[in-house]
Design a protein around this ligand. Sequence first.
Ligand code: UDP
Length: 367
Amino acid sequence: MQKYDYLIVGSGLFGCVFAHEATKAGKKCLVIDKRNHVGGNVYCENVDGINVHKYGAHIFHTNDKVIWDYVNQFAEFNNYVNSPVSISKGKLYNLPFNMNTFYQLWGTKTPDEAKKIIKNQIKEHGFENPKNLEEQALSLIGKDVYETLIKEYTEKQWGKKATELPAFIIKRLPVRYTFNNNYFNDKYQGIPIGGYNKIIDGLLKGIETKTNIDFFENKEELSKLASKIVYTGKIDEFYNYKFGNLEYRSLRFENTRLEKENHQGNAVVNYNDGNIPYTRIIEHKHFEFGKQKHTVITKEFPEQWTKEKEAYYPINNDENQNKYQQYKALSVQENNIIFGGRLAEYKYYDMHQIIASALQKAKKELS
Ligand code: UDP
């Protein structure tokens, strides 16, 4: 008889939600993580009152009331609305692409004026069936926005030509003909008051957790502990890269504490130009309207992924998707292993989507 019903490998949102639901259903779980803390990439480090998003900025948003109510069980959310700005060739533009952006680009003051320009540019440079990110962007928003705010940011972010990237990535960004700088279209948005760790702690309340444990280094003995495994790491690593490794994009974060109240006036400032090596600077206190005398900023440098580095983004182009399908075919044959999350499903998931997926898989498993 095993000691646990589930061994959960990885304490990110997928693992924690699954563990929470399984525990609620009377199952015994052990959650392990190779880092020295739980929470995966939503983990925050408190620097004298400022929650620093250690693994990149996380802004919660969803259209789904069920998911919104679910996270609100564990923390109250503030009314932060993400409104990044982007600097391109020394000029500042509002994001996402909206009437403010169009005014800054062309001086257009009405939707009709902006639409006319965009329509003409789409007619001239757009594609009927866009096959990659560049073609998709040109067909969605035209040449000027693409060249000023998309092309260089995208190529630096992904380390690939925009023509080699999947079209869906650029559809994450809204295009709207109103003066509205909200980066998301979702009904619910905010940052948990007290930080994301509060949500993780709530999900893991009463559940056994062990940090600093590498699953692969102790695979045999760990696997014996539980009837089933919930695996949230990289799927190619699970199968020892037998079909070759999937591509990921890594990041390097450079954090600086500054003894001043306000450095950039916004939580997120993007840097479009290709000759600037980072994609954005995050000023964490603005996520929570902080009034501290100091501030913490993080420059985010995209990097080539290697096996020693953290995998942040899957690169879902055709080649990688085909390889993933081979791994997936193996994974669906497993009787005692559940795969879930951004790395195990090789999917560019947002937080709300991970929670929805974990709830769905937990329900299926536990019912
Ligand atoms: N993007 C861009 N310019 C920007 C911001 C985003 O071209 O100023 C593109 C880029 O290709 C990026 C994608 O839109 O990878 C998705 O952006 P999002 O902000 O959703 O990315 P995340 O926060 O997940 O890194």
